[in-house]
Design a protein around this ligand. Structure first.
Ligand code: ZN
Length: 191
């Protein structure tokens, strides 16, 4: 199981240090799944492993919320040998576009890269349920939620629950190290 996290570290998808997250909270660890999913062979083998561990019913299709769930849905769909869809937000709500259609009675797996609160996946579950299809489970590479936030079975390859601190309570700040904003770029010089 630890080999998934080793791969994340190797690819720079799991950074250790002192980070300011997009929420404003500080953490000694930062996760960026795109850094591992950018290698199609890693995406393929991680998703194949996830499907091998899945004990639930085989789906008729896989769907993930854009953007985080797109690659994982695609690779899970490859491993299950079924179509892979994604749902995208239009005016704040997830919709099926591009001719993707889910039929009543179909068995569906919802895919995510990381589940923290499970908010996006939950919205996709509602979308699938509304058309009369059945979500048989949620699959993600990484789980950051302590409890399964869904009312359906949930499987992840690995759990990662790093501590987060408010800046004023952050022991890393107290030890004098500066917090880094991952992925941020220096401001471009105006032309
Ligand atoms: Zn800090």
């Amino acid at each position: 199981m630890g080999k998934t996290l080793d791969l994340f570290r190797e690819c720079g998808a799991l950074l250790e240090g002192h980070f300011q997250l997009s929420s404003g909270l500080h953490s000694p660890s930062y996760l960026q799944c795109a850094r591992v999913l950018m290698y199609p062979w890693h995406a393929e083998s991680l998703c194949r492993e996830l499907v091998a561990q899945w004990k639930g019913p085989a789906p008729d299709l896989v769907i993930g919320p854009a953007l985080g769930g797109v690659t994982v849905a695609y690779e899970l769909a490859r491993a299950f040998r079924v179509p892979g869809f994604f749902a995208e937000r239009v005016d704040g709500e997830f919709h099926l576009r591009r001719g993707f259609a889910i039929e009543p009675g179909q068995k569906v797996i919802v895919a995510e890269d990381v589940v923290t609160t499970g908010g996006s996946a939950e919205e996709v579950i509602k979308l699938v349920t509304k058309v009369g299809a059945k979500v048989v489970g949620v699959l993600s590479l990484i789980r950051r939620a302590e409890k399964n936030p869904f009312s359906v079975p949930y499987l992840a390859l690995e759990s990662v629950m790093p501590p987060v601190y408010r800046p004023e309570d952050c022991p890393l700040c107290r030890s004098g190290s500066p917090a880094v904003k991952p992925g941020s770029r220096p401001k471009a010089t105006p032309q």
